[in-house]
Design a protein around this ligand. Structure first.
Ligand code: LMR
Length: 337
């Protein structure tokens, strides 16, 4: 990462002082950094939290939202959070491996969740809570899970069957499960920061990618991808996280008010996620730049058959017990396709 940028952030946070040393009337500042557009489920969720945090703490807390990678990119933002240069993030669950918490990659397994209802049994239940606890030794406190949605493949050539992605260079997030997923399609996975994807697609550094429609639309990937297949082959969502030291150092009443603001924001973000993606799909269609293909049941089954073996392949990385616990919650049975 750009060390100068991070150092600048650290100096700013050192001179702006933490919650315990702030002057009585100074608001406690929470810098909330993220990489997506403001008009997305995560962007809108962050703005909602900023508003409610201000209201519920009666101005004692000021949340500053920095969207669209304006402050930090993917990997940088996690480092910045651990160092205290920012206080809050909502990275996608596919980005926690480099932090040393690879269990979150269970969410990347293709087809593991059929719909939001099954997914919420995990994210909004005890299993989700126990996964967040794994962040604590890293100096990170997990507060909530926010949805984006189910991913679709895009490229410049039609995507009807798994073979259509063979040999293609496809951008992925930094997840070993996603790497295995692309290899199962005989594609060539390329890890890349979200902020670099548009240009990489435009210049042909990569041929295609996967993302929920809200990201495809708001990052304008439709300008540089002629084909989109609504495969819904995997989930993309977020863990809202804070620097643990900062969080534990907050006055207890303020922390309680922020927890209440987070609860409301989670309900809001998870309510609008599907609506945003549906709305953005209509907008993509309207542009006329990207042909949208809805896979037939046979094509969907072919993708499932190609990708579900990734579960077994990644079992030892994710943990057999965790995988079985998720299956138990959702009823997914990899032997029955
Ligand atoms: C991506 O890198 O594709 C996504 O994680 C971006 C995001 O935060 O939705």
């Amino acid at each position: 990462m750009k060390i100068s940028k991070l150092l600048f952030g650290l100096v700013v946070c050192a001179v702006s002082a933490g919650p315990l040393t702030a002057l009585a009337d100074d608001p406690i500042v929470i810098k909330f950094s993220h990489v997506v557009a403001n008009d997305t489920p995560k962007g809108l969720g962050a703005d909602f939290f900023a508003k409610r945090a201000g209201e519920l703490t009666k101005g004692k807390v000021k949340v500053e939202v920095y969207g669209n990678s304006t402050l930090y990119k993917d990997k940088e933002e996690l480092e910045a959070l651990q160092l205290g240069a920012v206080q809050m993030l909502a990275p996608s669950l596919a980005k926690f491996g480099p932090l040393g918490v690879k269990e979150f990659e269970v969410f990347d397994l293709p087809y593991i969740f059929d719909n939001y209802v099954d997914l919420h049994k995990v994210t909004q239940g005890p299993l989700g809570k126990s996964l967040l606890k794994k962040l604590e030794p890293k100096g990170v406190t997990g507060l909530a899970y926010w949805d984006n949605g189910f991913k679709s493949f895009s490229a410049n050539t039609p995507i009807m069957m798994p073979e259509d992605l063979k040999g293609k260079k496809l951008r992925i997030q930094s997840s070993k499960v996603l790497e295995a997923q692309m290899r199962a399609l005989k594609a060539i996975p390329q890890v890349m920061a979200f902020s670099e994807v548009y240009q990489a697609l435009q210049t042909g550094v990569v041929d295609g990618t996967e993302n929920p429609i809200s990201n495809l639309y708001t990052q304008k990937f439709f300008e540089v991808q002629k084909h989109l297949a609504l495969t819904d082959h995997g989930y993309l969502g977020y863990a809202v996280i804070v620097n643990k030291k900062f969080w534990d150092g907050l006055p207890a009443d303020v922390r309680g008010q922020l927890e209440a603001a987070m609860k409301e924001s989670t309900e809001y973000a998870n309510k609008i996620a599907k609506e945003q993606n549906d709305k953005d799909l209509e907008s993509v269609k309207k542009t006329g730049k990207t042909a949208v293909h809805v896979p037939t049941p046979e094509q969907r089954l072919a993708f499932k058959k190609a990708l579900v073996p990734v579960h077994k392949e990644m079992e030892s990385r994710i943990g057999k017990d965790l995988l079985q616990s998720v299956y138990k919650e959702t009823g997914f049975d990899p032997s029955k396709l």
